[in-house]
Design a protein around this ligand. Structure first.
Ligand code: UD1
Length: 311
């Protein structure tokens, strides 16, 4: 049994990560500012004696240091972040504070208090818009948003710490994560969360472009499992790895799945492609398998069926 500190514990990925850690018998200290996280995501975890939750902002000076000093965790999974590319464009300063500055606090707290391992939520956004698929960890990194740039800067900070101090760092470049608890509130929320809500409400969806665009959709259950592996599996090296399935799914295929579950809902409307959208994205999944023993298990069809069942 390990003791793991999870930042962003009440978020979409954080809460699933906490649930899986607890299910595996670990002790978990969670922290969340509730800026975008929701206490309801932790309804199950909060019933567990092995779980403690702190409401605090890890981007504030001294917060992570205090938490790490008190909890003395074996590993930190740092998921607290500004999670929207659009918000990073509207508010680059906040993006810097939450996605770069806070990472420095986490790295320094880990170093000062002898934490052995740090897992970081990076993103496929570090690659930017490249036609050279699948995206490999050796592919060029050319972020096209403050969000992608901040994630890349944070990776560099953490890898510098790993090279200099007794700290193993895992940077996870998540692809398009989907599943229960993803917030569909904004037009820029993950497309699957938006489509799920619309289909549930009996409303048709809007496809921007012709629906032939593809993404590497990875289930939040798989992503959480990758986090647990990275934090707890013995003998893992420092490194950066894609967390993806290696498979591309088109928006038309996604819509066809929803339509199968909701036959009465009107057919989608098509509108002009969104400015700045990329056409295709797909990751190479081999490195995470080799270094972490991680392989995505949930297919898009099964993941969507679960969403339809659970909301
Ligand atoms: C991701 C980011 C987005 C950012 C983009 C930069 C998320 C959730 N989104 O978008 O903020 O600008 O990288 O490359 O991380 N779509 C529809 N109908 C909808 C909603 C979306 O057709 O109602 C389409 C989009 O136009 C896009 C596809 O679905 O072609 C996937 O969209 P999204 O889930 O936002 O993911 P990314 O495009 O990868």
């Amino acid at each position: 049994m390990s003791h793991i500190l999870v930042t962003g514990a009440a978020g979409f990925i954080g809460s699933h990560t906490v649930d899986q850690l607890l299910a595996a018998g670990h002790r978990v200290t969670g922290v969340d500012s509730f800026r975008t996280g929701h206490r309801a995501n932790l309804a199950n975890a909060l019933r567990e004696p092995a779980f403690a939750l702190h409401e605090a902002d890890v981007a504030a000076d001294g917060v992570v240091d205090g938490l790490v000093a008190a909890a003395k965790p074996d590993a930190v999974i740092h998921l607290a972040a500004l999670v929207s590319v659009q918000e990073s464009i509207r508010n680059p300063d906040l993006n810097y504070t939450l996605n770069v500055h806070a990472v420095q606090f986490v790295a320094e707290a880990a170093r000062r208090h002898g934490v052995a391992r740090l897992v970081f939520a990076s993103s496929a956004a570090v690659y930017g818009d490249t036609a050279d698929l699948p995206l490999h960890e050796r592919s060029a990194v050319q972020p096209i948003s403050p969000y992608g740039a901040a994630k890349l800067a944070a990776e560099a900070i953490l890898l510098g710490y790993a090279r200099s101090f007794a700290l193993t760092v895992r940077c996870h470049r998540y692809f398009n994560v989907f599943g229960p608890r993803q917030d569909p509130a904004s037009p820029y929320s993950g497309v699957i969360s938006i489509f799920n809500r619309r289909y549930r409400e009996g409303l048709g969806v809007t496809i921007y472009g012709d629906g032939s665009q593809t993404r590497d959709f990875v289930s939040v259950h798989d992503v959480a499992r990758a986090n647990v592996l990275a934090a707890t599996r013995p003998g893992i090296p420092t490194g950066v790895a894609n967390i993806c399935t290696g498979r591309a799914t088109s928006l038309r295929e996604v819509v066809a799945e929803f339509a199968r579950h909701h036959p009465a809902v009107p057919a989608p409307r098509f509108e002009a492609a969104r400015g700045g959208d990329i056409l295709h994205s797909r990751g190479d999944a081999t490195l995470a398998e080799r270094e972490l023993g991680f392989r995505a298990r949930v297919s898009v069809a099964d993941g969507l069926a679960e969403l339809v069942r659970t909301g």
